[in-house]
Design a protein around this ligand. Sequence first.
Ligand SMILES: NC(=O)c1ccc[n+]([C@@H]2O[C@H](COP(=O)([O-])OP(=O)(O)OC[C@H]3O[C@@H](n4cnc5c(N)ncnc54)[C@H](OP(=O)(O)O)[C@@H]3O)[C@@H](O)[C@H]2O)c1
Length: 249
Amino acid sequence: MTGLNGKVAVITGGNSGIGLASAKLLAEHGAQVVITGRRQQALDQAVQAIGPAATAIQGDVSDPKHHRELTELVRTRFGGADIYMANAGVNTITPSGDVSEEEFDAQFGINTRGTFFGVQAIGPVLRDGGSIILVGSLASEKVLNGHSVYAGTKAAIGAFARSWALEFKDRRIRVNVLSPGPTETEILEKLGVPADDREAFTAMMAGAIPLGRLGQPDELARAALFLASDASSFVTGIDLRVDGGMALL
Ligand SMILES: NC(=O)c1ccc[n+]([C@@H]2O[C@H](COP(=O)([O-])OP(=O)(O)OC[C@H]3O[C@@H](n4cnc5c(N)ncnc54)[C@H](OP(=O)(O)O)[C@@H]3O)[C@@H](O)[C@H]2O)c1
């Protein structure tokens, strides 16, 4: 059911965290994986960690030219792709009154514009019966302090997914959102929480999660494998929360 032999998966932001864990797991299940990211060194390390099934291409998802180059690589090297996981994303915590235009544009540019133009570019080379996974966030439905802009960037992704689930249906390409709750990745260090406050911040997050802890990248990767594979063959247009129950409180 979760076998991916002969499949090609493209994962944006595949050099770190949830994207890297997903790339490793999909490769273990037989897929060729193409990963992206801005940091070349992290890409090189990720390719080493994933093994011979991995190919990397550096670029910034907020730049549509990068998506065209990525699509061209996929077309020429593999003839197409079966799985596209729009995972690259950033988050900063800022009260709405303090958000600058630059911060707003940067988050929408990467999380929202990056997702939209990524799918627009790769769409024509996705093979019939494929799977598109858009990485959203629990923050799009649960109010978290200082997350208004980030929540907006991810709420748009839910709207894209519902539109695309219908736009791609005639090619049997399924489109779903995977919404993580707090997960232990590099993003926690990048949030802007001062180093001295990080332990308390993590403990506070864990206290707000019914399962009593943060998620691990592997746990998100297993959900990505479900959405990528035939295990979810009759699932399209959903938002799969993987959040330890945090949405309930
Ligand atoms: N961890 C959580 O608690 C959590 C919760 C909800 C949702 N999410 C979502 O999960 C996704 C993955 O995040 P993560 O937790 O795994 O964080 P992470 O470890 O920081 O990974 C983020 C990835 O996105 C890439 N990226 C960021 N900006 C990019 C850009 N402009 N162009 C290309 N790649 C870019 C990064 O690579 P480079 O830095 O090399 O560009 C990195 O590979 C994100 O969409 C995030 O919003 C995470």
